[in-house]
Design a protein around this ligand. Structure first.
Ligand code: PMP
Length: 404
């Protein structure tokens, strides 16, 4: 059992008032809040050892380098990667996906096929469309069902010898569906295709084991996992990372530079050009330590309780429809009130101190599928409470009265 009162004390922002009301923060799928333990690590970095890494002979630079590389090891251990150099620091999920898409430019030919799912965030669609434009490859889409699940029969039918890459999210940000990624990976491998899993929404709830999954690439952002913005990671199997060309050129990613020819550094530096988000990387490691100390099993079972409670209470409101009704879902409730624009509900909830997200959640194809402009999305974290869900439910009822 989690001691929620104790956990909430770790998050200074949860004491805030918004519009004169206690903050109820239900926009966790967009960005999670940051515990004091992680804030302390950020303050410590800038107060005590702020310096550029990998190049200084001086003490501060060495200290910063050691802590940054220690964070890489923390991330490696967390995801159970085989080697530390298979963890590439990025600015986030978007950067990581673009890095892989660009890295495949010379590995994809005209006529090859890439498979995406209907449930993706724009950041797992657009970089691949750009790759298709550059190479002449074709993008195929795994369709979704009304429940917000992937049509796995259709997926099997799409796979062929032409398939080179498959990219699917582990959990949908718009609906909360947990996708059957192990099956997706195993089936793709039968055809020799590589698989990238977008773990941006999964990592706050699940501890993925990249070796057990046998996944080729797994990407995520720290800011969804109690870490800071502007940092994330790409896990890639060494053999793929070695085949891929670098994304950006610059300092740190080279072996030898002459005007005639440049040779690149080995992994992970080949993909880490320029000064990285040093403090962010160290804080990312601290955020994973914080989450692991609480325990992902406990987090998942408590969030399931919140999801079930919230679903039941919200469904008691007449005219409220939930999108994404899979039994395999995480603590995200995407809903609309009949005849009312989601933005209007979100604006009124904000006046009551309740933070939700409204709109298409960077997943326009899902909204097109349901023929709606967007949804109201309440996403719960392990520091949320049933009392906060009660506040949401009564807020939605009030908004409905005011807008009907
Ligand atoms: N994929 C999914 C499923 C997401 O939820 C998000 C963030 N909303 C992203 C990708 C993009 O993450 P970031 O903006 O941190 O790069």
């Amino acid at each position: 059992m989690l001691d929620i009162n104790l956990i909430r004390k770790d998050f200074p922002i949860l004491k805030r008032q918004v519009n004169g009301k206690p903050l109820v923060y239900f926009d966790n799928a967009a960005t999670s809040q940051t515990p004091q333990q992680v804030i302390d690590v950020i303050v410590d970095y800038y107060s005590n050892y702020n310096a550029n890494i990998h190049r200084g002979v001086h003490a501060l630079s060495q200290e910063a380098t050691d802590k940054y590389e220690a964070a890489r090891h923390t991330i490696q251990k967390h995801f159970n990667a085989n080697k530390a150099q298979e963890i590439i620091f990025t600015s986030g999920t978007t950067h990581a996906i673009n890095l892989v898409a660009n890295g495949f430019t010379k590995l994809i030919d005209n006529g090859d096929e890439l498979i995406v799912s209907a449930l993706e965030h724009h950041s797992n669609i657009v970089p691949w469309q750009m790759l298709c434009e550059k190479t002449g490859a074709k993008l195929k889409v795994i369709p979704m069902t009304l429940e917000g699940e992937l049509d796995m029969e259709a997926y099997t039918a799409l796979l062929s010898e032409k398939t080179k890459l498959v990219f699917v999210n582990h959990i949908s940000n718009a609906l909360g569906t947990i996708n059957p990624i192990k099956t997706i990976i195993d089936q793709a491998h039968k055809f020799g295709a590589a698989v990238l899993i977008d773990g941006a929404q999964a990592c706050p709830h699940i501890k993925p084991d990249v070796q057990a999954l046998d996944v080729d690439f797994y990407v995520t952002s720290a800011h969804k996992i109690c870490g800071p913005t502007g940092v994330g990671m790409l896990y890639g199997k060494e053999e793929w990372l070695n085949k891929m060309e670098p994304y950006q050129g610059g300092g740190e990613m080279i072996d030898q530079v002459t005007f005639e020819k440049t040779t690149y550094a080995g992994l992970p530096h080949k993909f880490e050009a320029g000064t990285p988000n040093i403090c962010g990387g160290i804080a990312f490691g601290a955020a994973l330590d914080y989450m692991n100390a609480i325990g992902f099993d406990k987090i998942a079972s408590y969030e399931k309780e919140l999801l079930d409670y919230g679903t039941e209470k919200l469904l008691e409101i007449e005219g409220l429809k939930i999108y994404g009704t899979s039994k395999n879902k995480t603590s995200v409730i995407s809903f609309n009130l009949e005849g009312i624009h989601p933005y209007d509900v979100g604006t009124l909830l904000d006046k009551m101190g309740i933070a939700v997200r409204t709109g298409h959640h960077c997943a326009q194809p899902i909204m097109t599928f349901y023929n709606i402009p967007g949804t109201i999305r309440a996403s719960f974290a392990f520091y949320n409470t049933k009392a906060e869900i009660d506040a949401l439910v009564s807020g939605v009822k009030k908004a409905k009265m005011m807008l009907s």
